[in-house]
Design a protein around this ligand. Structure first.
Ligand code: PLP
Length: 397
């Protein structure tokens, strides 16, 4: 996945443009910047490549999720449905707005299970947020139908699947809002950064103002701008946007390198009869950032995962015991360890986490191993790697 593997001349040139004129901020200073608007250019480029009307860059993927939710009017006491397998950012971004994260089981897509989503809807539900984990996607058509039937907002977190498509459309462009991360380990990186994508004019305007202290961005005198509503600072800098711009131009190239490496590994692993692969929804095309497969049971998966590590096969994750990506070990969140008081409404809303178990998610995550696909491997390296993998897996089944 990580775009940082392939930094080059293009990133340097974009960065030097910014350093040469000295304007590191994305807004204002029109006279000084010699026509360089890196954040604006990156937004235009995102709109084109990801086929959405509007892209709003922000300071991180986590900020993108908070800004997207806020832009759609999600706030105090509202319930947002999210998957048990994700990155803690999903939980944090919802909590930041005083809303309540409602965790729902995943299925064999490793993303939100539409049937479990239906069961979780209450009168307080405002949004459904699938997280397209490890390069593949949720069944978006099923989730869109649920959203329509219950008048809910669909927010896609495609931080880990930028470059993947569903029924011919880029992930992030399909829901009412989409979120991307450009952090250091994502398929394309800006160092830090994120983006909110939408075709909705109101959500876009809200995201644009909200992420910059409520500034209305009318005219070219920041001092004279008005502030229609409360906002915060989730701005991206020109330096980050410059790197992102160079990286975005290489997204298709990165996806095709990943696909090539993924395909070699998948074909070899297919020879092991005990291995099955994650389900990709019909009409889905992965970003090939990871190859995710299932082993027969928890014990085998733990053994294989350890053995892969011991034998120098890095980047293969068994998420069952992971405390960033899977609810089972999110002790600090289950106990709501917060620096500051949390509202009673949110505390009560989170009570279910003390007792609720997620057997269906456990069933899949316990048996899943997701292997990062790197951009910098040579074909020989991929082949040697997969030969070792098959041997290790076969020995441990
Ligand atoms: C990385 C990531 C985020 C958060 O992105 P940051 O830019 O690191 O804040 C959110 N969701 C998912 C699924 C991610 O992988």
């Amino acid at each position: 996945m990580p775009g940082f593997e392939l930094f080059g001349q293009a990133e340097r040139e974009e960065l030097n443009d910014v350093l040469d004129n000295g304007v590191l901020m994305r807004y204002g200073f029109d006279g000084m910047r010699n026509g360089h608007w890196k954040a604006k250019s990156l937004e235009k480029q995102l709109e084109q490549q990801l086929q959405v009307k509007h892209a709003q860059l922000v300071s991180s993927g986590t900020a993108a999720v908070s800004v997207a939710l806020a832009s759609a009017g999600v706030g105090a006491g509202d319930e947002v449905i999210m998957p048990t397998f994700t990155f803690v950012a999903s939980f944090e971004a919802i909590m930041m707005l005083g809303a309540v994260p409602i965790l729902v089981d995943i299925d064999d897509t490793l993303t939100l299970c539409p049937n479990k989503v239906k069961e979780a809807i209450t009168s307080k539900t405002k949004a459904i947020m699938p997280v397209h984990m490890c390069g593949s996607m949720a069944n978006l058509e099923a989730l869109q139908d649920i959203c329509k039937a219950h008048n809910l907002i669909l927010i896609e977190d495609s931080s880990q699947a930028t470059g993947a498509t569903y029924k011919g459309k880029p992930l992030g462009s399909i829901g009412d809002l989409g979120c991307l991360s450009l952090d250091f380990v994502k398929i394309i990186t800006a160092g830090e950064g994120g983006a909110v994508l939408t075709n909705n004019e109101d959500y876009y305007r809200h995201a644009d103002h909200y992420s910059d202290h409520g500034h209305d961005h009318v005219g070219n005198d920041r001092g004279a701008e008005t502030h229609p509503f409360l906002g915060y600072n989730f701005r991206i800098s020109e330096l980050h946007a410059a790197v992102g711009l160079a990286q975005l131009k290489r997204l298709d190239e990165f996806v095709s390198i990943q696909k090539k490496n993924y395909t070699i590994i998948r074909e070899a692993l297919s020879e092991v009869p005990e291995i099955t692969f994650r389900t990709v929804p019909e009409g889905g095309e992965e970003s090939y950032s990871f190859l995710s497969f299932f082993l027969p049971d928890l014990q085998v998966s733990r053994k294989v995962s350890e053995a892969l590590k011991e034998n120098g096969i890095d980047g293969c994750f068994h998420y069952f015991d992971n405390n960033w990506h899977y609810i089972r070990e999110w002790q600090h969140l289950k106990k709501i360890k917060s620096l500051y008081p949390i509202s009673e409404e949110v505390k009560n809303g989170l009570n279910y986490l003390q007792t609720k178990t997620f057997e269906q998610s456990d069933h899949y995550i316990a048996r899943n191993i997701s292997c990062l696909i790197k951009l910098s491997w040579t074909e020989d390296e991929v082949k040697q790697r997969v030969t070792k993998m098959v041997k290790i897996i076969t020995e441990n089944i």
